[in-house]
Design a protein around this ligand. Structure first.
Ligand code: SAM
Ligand code: SF4
Length: 324
C-alpha cells in the first residue's frame, strides 16, 4: 500500500526505448532521443525485479516500451515472468506491427492479455500518425484473437483535427471483433509540444460524439482488467468503450495501482511525475534481493498523490523509455 492507502500491485515494465514506429504524440518530429544508447536492463535483471516485486505483493505485470516486440529476448522474459509464483497476469502493450508471427509464441509463453494501439483504420492516416503500415497491425490483431488471448484491447489516442472522425469506424471495428476499445486523452509526455490547445480532444467530447450515434450504458468500475478506463456499453452496436481521461478527470489518480520500471532500470512511481529511483546499480552490485526490495518500497513510499501533467509538467524523459 502506498502512503495514500492505495493498493499498488501492478508493475509496467518498459523492456526497451526502441520502436519501429514514430507516433506523432510519442516521438515528435525531430526527437533525438535515440542518440545516446541507454544501458537497458538484461532479461535476467528484469526477471529478478519481477520476482522481488511478486514477493512484495505485485500481482499484475505488463511488458511495454518503446515497442516490446523489437526486443529479441522478449519471449524468454515473458516465459520466466509468467512462471514466477504470485504473478497472476502478464500482459503486453504493442503497436501490433510485429504481432502476427509472435502471437502464438507469446501465448505459449503464458501472456494472457494484449493491448494494441490503433488510432485509425485508414492506411494513409495511420502512416501519417505512426509512420507504419496499418495492415500489419490488423493482421496482428487477427492473429491475437485467433490465438485465444484472454483479452485483446484496442487503444486509441484522441487528437483533434487528426483522428476524431476515426472514432466511430473504430467503434464499429471493435464491436465487430468483440474487442474493447479505449479512448485515451493526449498527455504531455516525451515533449510538451505533443499536447497543444489545438490538438487536445477531451474524453467528454469523444463521449458526446458517440452519444449522437448510440446510447452509452455505464459499466461498473473497475471493469475489464486493472486499468484506469471508465467503461460504457454502446447499446445498439454492442461495443465496449473505455475512456481514459488522465488530463480532465480530477479523480483519475485516486485509484492508481501501478508503478513503472523504465528501460534503463529506474523505478518510476508515477508516469506524470519526475520522481524516479535508480534500481540498476542495486541490481548490478547488490547480491541480495533484500536491497532490491528496499528500492521498490522506497519508490512506493514516494508515489505522489497525483500526476503533475496539469501543473506545467515538463517531460524529462521520453514516453518510450518510461514505458507507456
Ligand atoms: N509501442 C507500444 C504501443 O504503441 O502500444 C507500447 C508503448 S506505447 C508508449 C503505450 C501507449 O502509450 C500506447 O497506447 C500509446 O498510444 C500511448 N501513448 C504514447 N504517447 C502518448 C501520449 N502523448 N498521450 C497519451 N498516450 C500516449
Ligand atoms: Fe512506438 Fe508505441 Fe510510441 Fe508509437 S506509441 S512511437 S508505437 S512506443
Amino acid at each position: 500500500m502506498d502512503s495514500f492507502g492505495r493498493t499498488v500491485d501492478y508493475l509496467r515494465i518498459s523492456v526497451t526505448d526502441r520502436c519501429n514506429e514514430r507516433c506523432l504524440y510519442c516521438m515528435p518530429e525531430g526527437y533525438k532521443g535515440w542518440e545516446r544508447k541507454p544501458d537497458h536492463l538484461t532479461a535476467e535483471e528484469i526477471i529478478r525485479v519481477a520476482r522481488v516485486a511478486a514477493g512484495l505483493g505485485f500481482r499484475k505485470f505488463r511488458l511495454t516500451g518503446g515497442e516490446p516486440l523489437v526486443r529479441h529476448d522478449l519471449l524468454e522474459i515473458a516465459r520466466a515472468m509468467t512462471a514466477i509464483p504470485g504473478v497472476e497476469c502478464v500482459g503486453l502493450s504493442t503497436n501490433g506491427t510485429r504481432l502476427a508471427p509472435l502471437a502464438q509464441p507469446l501465448r505459449d509463453a503464458g501472456l494472457r492479455t494484449v493491448n494494441v494501439s490503433l488510432d485509425t483504420l485508414d492506411a494513409a492516416l495511420y502512416r501519417r500518425i505512426t509512420g507504419g503500415d496499418v495492415n500489419l497491425v490488423l493482421a496482428g490483431i487477427r492473429a491475437a484473437v485467433a490465438t485465444g488471448f484472454e483479452r485483446v484491447k484496442l487503444n486509441c489516442v484522441l487528437m483533434r483535427g487528426v483522428n476524431e472522425q476515426e472514432i466511430w469506424p473504430l467503434v464499429l471495428f471493435a464491436a465487430e471483433h468483440g474487442l474493447p476499445l479505449r479512448l485515451i486523452e493526449l498527455m504531455p509526455v516525451t515533449s510538451t509540444e505533443v499536447l497543444t490547445e489545438r490538438n487536445f480532444l477531451p474524453i467528454s467530447e469523444a463521449m458526446r460524439l458517440l452519444e449522437q450515434r448510440d446510447e452509452l450504458v455505464p459499466q461498473p468500475s473497475p471493469y475489464l482488467g486493472w486499468g484506469p478506463a471508465k467503461y460504457y456499453l454502446l447499446r445498439r452496436t454492442g461495443a465496449l468503450v473505455g475512456f481514459i481521461g488522465a488530463m480532465t478527470n480530477p479523480h483519475f489518480c485516486e485509484t492508481c495501482n501501478k508503478m513503472r520500471l523504465t528501460a534503463d532500470g529506474k523505478i518510476r512511481p508515477c508516469l506524470g511525475d519526475h520522481g524516479e529511483i535508480d534500481l540498476r546499480d542495486t541490481l548490478r552490485h547488490a547480491p541480495s534481493d533484500e536491497a532490491v526490495r528496499e528500492v521498490l518500497l522506497a519508490a512506493l513510499r514516494r508515489k505522489p498523490l497525483e500526476h503533475s501533467f496539469r501543473n506545467q509538467y515538463h517531460p524529462g524523459r521520453p514516453m518510450t523509455a518510461i514505458g507507456g
